[in-house]
Ligand binder design. Structure first.
Ligand SMILES: [Cu+2]
Length: 110
């Protein structure tokens, strides 16, 4: 993820996730508190405009992976202006399973 552009409250983060278990895993949401974060997906609507919307959940089949990329799935963050740590701790909340903790590496711009 990148720190927000100057004057912007929002920024986005990208990652890849792999499910190395024998079971399907459903990610219901992300928690990066105290930073507000949501899983989003960029979609092109019927008029050809790019919009993004909150993803209600992501299902990862057993032994599969998914990649968050610009123009696709991403994590949206709010209120990070002035954030000065190298990492942001987050966790994915799973349906029927314990949360998975991980860290975003926070890149400075320019
Ligand atoms: Cu977004």
């Amino acid at each position: 993820m990148y720190v927000p552009l100057k004057g912007s409250m929002m920024t986005s983060g990208y990652l890849s996730i792999s499910n190395q278990t024998m079971n399907d895993v459903e990610i219901s949401s992300i928690d990066c508190s105290p930073v507000r974060a949501e899983i989003h997906e960029t979609i092109v609507n019927s008029e050809g405009f790019m919009t993004m919307s909150k993803v209600s959940s992501i299902t990862l089949d057993a032994n599969s992976s998914t990649i968050f990329v610009p123009g696709g799935k991403h994590v949206m963050f709010w209120g990070l202006s002035g954030f000065d740590n190298e990492y942001l701790s987050c966790s994915f909340l799973l349906v029927d399973s314990d949360p998975v903790d991980f860290k975003f590496f926070v890149k400075k711009r320019g």
